[in-house]
Design a protein around this ligand. Structure first.
Ligand code: GLA
Length: 389
């Protein structure tokens, strides 16, 4: 009996393939699936050369494609019922089909790196919720890069692919994101989280412990402020590092930071305190997973939320309400906001036997406070981008 994960992906793949056949009157020559992601701990540390611990999840972008003989890329987004075409010789932004800028950006970044790309006919569909902080856009980027890679036989490894997708997002789309999302989507491993060192770009596999469920709660508050506030936070961290005379906030430990934090103006001090303490929490959290101290892991998740709320100030009323309700439930090990913030999702580690009840109680408790109906997903740690055939 196929798992729920496999069934869901199979249904999405079948729909995408049929759509391709209808539209282009032929079978797609390749099908790829790129997962969404959720970060267990290590928020806003990636662009400070720090540590993160994300997992790829079993919600996917599926892309069907076939090479063309000319230099055009023809795209159809099944979820929006929108199509557009661009030339590989003249890649421009398109404000009419904003979703297409991720594909355009990836093609641009690959060509900037010197790769020869084939034209492609593409159909895209996704069941990664949009705008909820589960990296639907990074999944589109990585799926697109992988499709070009397969169709054009490009010699790219997973880290290079992630870096080029990040470049597309930074320089073409204009969001100065770190490397976490593209990295985990490119290199994720089933049943594991990845401890990523965002300076060396090495990773270690960390098994998800048996007996607990990974529950993602979507506040349904869409992330409005995120782009401008994100870039502001990033700038504040860079200023902090400069004032401390270090290359990046990765380069100062929590002890030393305590003795020097008075050198920083109040807002920058708070931002830096979050990053410095969060890096320690990630390493402690990995240690506690390895020794199966799940209660400790949960405490670190909770402390991460408090630090994001109070020092980094990227939470919001809805995220705080969802986390607060989760903290009150039986069987919860830890709960925190995940991703950039200002809306989107929380991530929760819950004892497996309590997971059903947890979902019901959190949903009703959250609605009572906010009047919003949350979406709640139990997720499995999935493989990174892969070819389906
Ligand atoms: C977004 C960015 C990531 C990371 C997180 C915050 O998801 O794309 O690079 O900075 O926010 O941890």
């Amino acid at each position: 009996m196929p798992s729920k994960t496999d069934q869901r992906l199979h249904a999405l793949t079948t729909a995408t393939r049929l759509c391709f056949q209808r539209l282009y009157d032929a079978d797609p020559q390749l099908l790829v699936a790129a997962p969404g992601r959720v970060n267990l701990i290590g928020e806003h540390t990636d662009y400070n050369d720090g540590f993160v611990l994300p997992v790829a999840i079993d919600r996917h972008v599926v892309l069907a494609a076939s090479p063309r003989r000319d230099r055009y890329v023809q795209l159809y987004a099944a979820d929006f019922d929108q199509a557009c075409t661009f030339s590989l010789d003249d890649i421009e932004h398109d404000s009419g089909t904003r979703w297409s800028n991720y594909e355009r950006g990836v093609a641009w970044a690959l060509q900037e790196a010197g790769y020869e790309l084939p034209g492609l006919d593409i159909v895209l569909s996704s069941n990664v919720p949009i705008g909820s902080g589960l990296s639907s856009s990074a999944a589109i980027e990585v799926a697109t890069a992988f499709a070009f890679q397969l169709a054009g036989n490009l010699p790219l490894d997973g880290v290079q692919r992630a870096l080029l997708c990040q470049k597309a997002e930074n320089e073409f789309v204009g969001m100065r994101c770190g490397i976490m999302d593209q990295y985990i989507i490119s290199l994720g491993k089933r049943d594991h989280a990845l401890l990523i060192d965002c300076r060396s770009l090495d990773y270690e596999l960390v098994p998800i412990p048996a007996g607990c469920a990974l529950v993602v709660c979507d506040t349904q508050k869409r992330r409005g402020l995120v782009d401008s506030e994100y870039n502001t936070r990033r700038h504040e961290c860079e200023q902090g590092a400069q004032m401390l005379g270090i290359p990046a906030l990765r380069d100062i430990g929590a002890e030393e930071f305590r003795t020097r934090e008075a050198e920083l103006p109040p807002v920058i001090r708070k931002r830096c305190r979050h990053v410095v303490t969060e890096n320690h929490r990630v390493l402690d959290a990995v240690q506690s997973l390895r020794t199966n101290e799940l209660a400790r892991f949960g405490e670190l998740m909770n402390a991460s939320h408090v630090s994001l709320r109070d020092d980094y100030q990227v939470s919001c009323v809805e995220l705080d309400a969802m986390v607060q309700v989760a903290w009150e439930q039986q069987g919860v090990l830890g709960a925190r906001m995940t991703g950039a913030g200002f809306g989107g999702c929380t991530v929760n580690l819950v004892q497996e036997q309590d997971a059903d009840r947890f979902q019901q109680k959190v949903a009703s408790g959250y609605t009572a406070i906010t009047d919003l109906e949350p979406e709640i997903y139990v997720c499995k740690a999935e493989e990174g981008v892969r070819r389906l055939d």
